[in-house]
Structure formats: C-alpha cells, structure tokens
Design a protein around this ligand. Structure first.
Ligand code: PAF
Length: 287
C-alpha cells in the first residue's frame, strides 16, 4: 500500500491505472476510521481494481467554533486498518497542498444545502462539495462510496455530480451501527459515561418512529412531537432538528409516504450527532 501526499503524484497514479484498464474505486474520508468506513472499503475492494482511500480533514467544511483543530486524527492507525482492508493507495494531502495560496474556487449546490445541517452549519456543504469535486479531479475514480449516515451530504453530492456531468458513479452504503444502535461516527469518541448512553436516544427515536409508522401513523407533525418529547427527556440533549423530509427534495412532508426520511440532529452535551432512516421499509432503496 502506498501513501501519497502530493496532488500531481496521485493524478499520475490514477492516470496510469486508467491507462492499464483498471477500475478505480474511491472512499473519501476525514480519517479516524471506524467500522462504517471499513464497510465502504470492503465494498470498494469488491468493485474496483485500484482501491483509493483519501484521508483529509477538510478545513473548508468546518465553521468558526467547530471542531476542526480537535477533530480526531491518527494516520498510523488508519494506515494499518486500510492495509488490512486491502487499500492500494491512501491519498493524504496537507491543507496547503489542497488549498494553496490564492485558492479561490468553490462549488455551491443550491436548494438542498440551506436546510437541515446546512441551516445550522452555514457554508458546510460548500466546503464538502468543493473538496469532493477536487478529490474527484485528483483521484479520477470510476466510482465513489459514501455512507448513508450523512444523508444530506449524499443527496448534495449526487446533485453536484448530476449537474456537473461528473463521470463518477456514486454509491450510498447502509449506516453501520454499534451493537447498541448508535450510528458509527468518528465523533463518537467525544462521548463518555452517561452521554454515550444518552446518545442512544437517536437510534431509539428512529426505532419508535418506524414502529409507529408500521402501525398506521402517517402524520408527520404528530410523530415529530412524540420524538421531540422523547429526545428532550435526556438531560444533556439539545435538539437541532427532528424532521421528516422527501428523500430527494429534502422538503418537509406533512404526510408520511414511501419517500419519507426521518432526519435527526441532536447535541449530546457539545457533541453534535446525526442519524436518519426511511420510515417505510418497502421503499428503502438506499439503506
Ligand atoms: O463525510 C466525510 O467524511 C466528509 O464530509 C468528506 C465526504 C470526506 C469530505 O470531506
């Protein structure tokens, strides 16, 4: 396995692979790999001849006062896990390699980035789409794998790729959960003691919602009120949003149907957690 830090070296490597007829599978991450990332790598390994993992904590997607400096980093541990997962190349550039002096170009997807996480984290998706677009130009993958946990991020990336005619197949992969239900996230390391326990309220809320829908609940407002009350019972929980949206437009839906996704963002103490689920199984294409 190679670790490449330079943009031009990575581009040359990808061009050579393409010239040799290899299919490039790509998993973009910010590192501090967990089982969810490993499941993306496992799928990427099956689908590609050259498996590339990027590890880059992207400064442009963090707002002021967010955890850019504190975001967990451990390249050595990540490299060991990546080697075990069969990764061929880790692309791990520095911030100045990706955003050299004078950098001035940003990608902005309109319409679906101002809501949900975009409302609480202004500029976040502009940073995500900018870096993902750059990574696609550098790694030149045939396909890229993303987790469904970041539901809005995946919707925004799909929109960008469609609008920009980017020749990359986007594959969404199921949310990977701890045995007790907590969705895997690199930020889970911030949770300790009772807050780790309180964090379970997100997956419990999803479970409750799915059960209520299964027995006939179709009114979003009633469901949201129920879940809001449930989550608020946790002493350290602060709700950012509890929403039921159409899977593509991300517009609120009054009535639950097969396109409805429940989306949650909740602070447990100072740790912001997100989770989501389709509410009807029959039409659960992505999860
Ligand atoms: O989901 C992430 O880890 C990041 O947002 C991504 C897609 C790697 C872009 O920095």
């Amino acid at each position: 396995m190679d670790i490449i830090n330079s943009v031009s070296e990575m581009q040359q490597r990808s061009l050579a692979a393409r010239a040799a007829g290899q299919r490039i599978a790509f998993v973009p991450t910010m590192g501090f790999l967990h089982q969810g990332h490993l499941s993306l790598l496992e799928e990427g390994r099956k689908r590609g001849d050259l498996l590339v993992l990027s590890i880059f904590v992207n400064p442009t997607q963090f707002g002021q006062g967010e955890d850019y400096e504190d975001y967990p980093r451990d390249l050595q541990r990540d490299a060991e896990l990546a080697a075990q997962a069969g990764v061929d190349v880790i692309f791990a550039p520095t911030a100045s390699e990706m955003y050299p002096k004078g950098y001035a170009t940003y990608i902005d997807v309109e319409g679906i980035t101002e809501t949900l996480c975009g409302a609480s984290r202004p500029g976040h998706f502009r940073g995500v789409t900018t870096v993902v677009n750059k990574l696609f130009n550098i790694v030149q993958p045939h396909l890229a794998l993303f987790g469904n946990k970041d539901f809005q991020q995946l919707a925004v990336i799909r929109r960008m790729v469609l609008d920009q005619n980017t020749p990359v197949e986007i594959i969404g992969m199921p949310i990977f959960r701890e045995p007790d239900g907590l969705a895997m996230s690199s930020r889970n390391v911030y949770l300790s003691g009772s807050r780790r326990q309180q964090a379970l309220v997100l997956s419990q809320a999803i479970e409750t919602a799915r059960q209520l829908v299964a027995v006939g609940e179709t009114d979003s407002a009633a469901l949201i009120a129920n879940l809001t009350e449930m989550i608020s019972r946790q002493p350290d929980a602060q709700i950012d949003y509890v929403r039921i949206c159409h899977q593509l437009s991300l517009q609120d839906q009054e009535q639950i149907d097969s396109d409805s996704v429940l989306l949650l963002a909740v602070f447990i103490g100072s740790t912001r957690l997100i989770d989501n689920s389709f509410l009807l199984d029959a039409t659960n294409p992505a999860q």
